[in-house]
Design a protein around this ligand. Sequence first.
Ligand SMILES: C[S@@+](CC[C@H](N)C(=O)[O-])C[C@H]1O[C@@H](n2cnc3c(N)ncnc32)[C@H](O)[C@@H]1O
Length: 255
Amino acid sequence: MNNTATTRDYYERMYTEQGFGAQRRYPNEELCRFMGRNFFPIPNAKRAGVRILEVGCGSGANLWMIAREGFDTHGVDLSEESIALARQMLAQYGCKATLRVANMLELDDAPGSYDAVVDVFSSYCLNATEGHRFLQTVHEILKPGGLFFSYFPSKSSDAYTNHKPATLVDEDTLSGIYRQDSPFSGNHYPFRFLHPNEYEQMLVQSGFEVKYSETVSRTYGSGKKRAESIMNPVLHLVLDTAEVFSFITIEARKL
Ligand SMILES: C[S@@+](CC[C@H](N)C(=O)[O-])C[C@H]1O[C@@H](n2cnc3c(N)ncnc32)[C@H](O)[C@@H]1O
């Protein structure tokens, strides 16, 4: 099975078994901030002329916010079931978007189609070679001066630095998240990580100017160990095996 088929099978199964429970229902906070910085100042009357595409849109948690704000909203995902769920979610919020099943590596949009392309924890499913190709595709389908937003796993995450029994399929990509106490354990398909400077360099090489780059981290830990460490603060450092997962949040403009 090739990379894409493994990822598609995984997500098709998740969306079929768990429906809306497979993903968040509300938009990613970093995406909201990106939209706030760049698009919310646009007057309502002009927003329908601003085209925004989400790649790997899943069940539509980000799309409904973009659509509700009045932008011309588009979404693609590999999984048929995710697109069916996204249609339902948009309808629930009374919003409209153009949705289709497609591989983000094989988009047939005309060059210069979009004002922004957003990737919320989706292009990490591509391996290193595919990741480079993807940025070239994004560059091509953006209008001159168009913006790319990405929320992407950082190599400083414990899931990458302590990844066994997963193996590296290339210098950036794990065979999946196999360690059982890791967040995202069970995601058995290519899972890519980058350092912020590597991502910035890739974007510059692909013809972008980086406008914003920040890392946000979450700490995951066992509730039992947390409770024990509150009762016995001296043992806190020994007992709390909390795991850190970090995301690069990056914004770049097509030159
Ligand atoms: C972790 S989910 C994130 C979904 C959504 N962006 C969100 O924030 O709720 C990753 C999504 O990327 C999609 N995906 C993975 N590889 C893809 C590809 N090559 N082309 C299109 N979608 C892809 C998956 O089907 C899945 O829906």
